[in-house]
Every structure is written in C-alpha cells, then in structure tokens.
Ligand binder design. Sequence first.
Ligand code: PDD
Length: 285
Amino acid sequence: MQQIVYVDGSFVPAADAKVSVFDRGFLFADGIYEVSAVLDGKLIDNDSHLARLQRSVGEIALALPVTLQRIVDIQKELIARNDLTDGLVYLQVTRGAAIPRDFAFPKHPKPTLVMFASAKDIVNAASAKTGIGVVTVPDIRWARRDIKSVALLAQVLAKQAAAEAGCAEAWMIEDGKVTEGGSSSAFILTQDDVLVTRQNSSAILPGCTRKAVMKLAEERQLRVEERAFSVDEALAGKEAFITSASLFVQAVVTIDGRTVANGKPGPMTTRLREIYVEFARATAV
Ligand code: PDD
C-alpha cells in the first residue's frame, strides 16, 4: 500500500509530497515536531502532546497554521488512509519557505505543516522483553531542550554512538548527571524503591509519557522523586528504564556495557509498562 502523507492542506502519496528547499525547517531547523503513539487505530495521550506542541510553538513565536482540532482530524485521517493499527503519527510545523534566506523571521510567514503515520508494534516490541543497553555521551544540546525543536543534530550523533555500540539509546550527561535519553526520558528505581527522574526544566524535554507514568505510579502509592541522578546511582539502583511515545516504558539493562542489577528487566519496570499500556488503551481516542 502507498503511504499517504499530509503536506499543507493535502493528502498525497509520499512520493509526491514536496516542501520547498527554502523552507526554514530545512535551512534553519526553524520548526517544532510532535510524535503521538497509535494503538488499535486510536491516538494515545494525544491531548498531552498537543498541549506541548502549543507550548513549543509559543516559545518560538510560531503560529500554528490550523487549529488543534484540525490537527486531530488530520491525525485521524492519516490513520484511516494508511490503515494504521499500531504505530506513530508524526507532525512537524516550520516557519515555512521564505526567499531570500534570512535568519530573522519573514514579515508574513506561511508555516509548513507536514504529518505522516508509520506502523510500529510498540506493545510487542522484542526490546520490551529483553531490555535495552544505553551508552552515555556528553549532552551537547542547546539551552532550551524544553522546546521540542526539529534541531536534533546532537541527538542524531548521540543515537549514532549508541547504534555503533550495539545499543538502542544514549543517555546524555551534563555536570555528571543524566539529563535524558536521545529521544526518551530516563528513570531509575533506587534500593529504597523510590522512582527517580530528573525534574522538568530547560535542561530536558517535558516527556508526555514521563508525566503519565509518574502520575500512574503516584496513584499506586509509589514514591516518586524529581531530581537529577548520576550513572553511578543508576548502576547502584534496582532498576532503570526509559519512557517515550514511541516505546512506552522499556527497561535499561546495561549502561556503557555495565549491567544494571541482574541485567534483566526488573519487576517494577515490567509492571509500570503493563500499567501504562492499560492506561493507553483505556484513554485512547
Ligand atoms: N522523542 N526526551 C527527548 C529528548 C525526546 O525526544 C522524547 C521523545 C522524550 C519523550 O517524550 P514523550 O514521552 O512525550 O514521547 C524525551 C520522540 C518520541 C521522538 O523524537 O521520536
């Protein structure tokens, strides 16, 4: 089946989709993106992603070209047109094409909105059973990581370093502490059964899955602490895991080749993954 994508008002076969070479997303990474998961053809935690989208575009003074309701309609139409059961819907809005190339905003920007859907079996991913390895890299990103910017070169390099080491994710390190994963939030479970994840600030992206998992954990009387942690603390803990829309909850079983606990996904991570999947299915729209 031909993949159908959305570009600026039209649903077109992927091979026919076009964006100008003068698009500021292409020239300056002047744009914002979001990724929502899809289970059984329905969107997961989508309001949270759209709220973050609205905040991100606001932080760079970029006006969405369509309403949030229209975005939901396009997401649903992409799911339907691509016959998507499980996977992801990606959306990206940029400040559009402007000639000549000039750093400052164009006077009358015409934002570009691109969206596409892709299949992925998130629930039955093999790595959810085995857990994943991570490598650590210095966090070389800019100072506004709370904005979900399409400027992802640091993450591209981090995840390439991970891939070269046979790992699925990189944990980025700043001042001796983990900020987050290349495309995920980082958690550990201490020996005292406290879930620890870094507090939101401009140092990390406020993960939607992170937020949902924290709430689900607290509702079950688990202790959650929002603070920075080091790799040594992760290695001394009981469990470690990552969260994101594209993988939900997945155990981290090695860090730079050193095993976390017994090197297998721990019971808390496994349980939180089940609880998240239940929440996702129950609240899908
Ligand atoms: N990435 N931190 C970073 C740097 C991310 O890029 C992501 C998501 C997350 C997790 O956020 P959420 O739970 O809202 O997905 C944390 C998406 C999935 C991506 O880039 O593909």
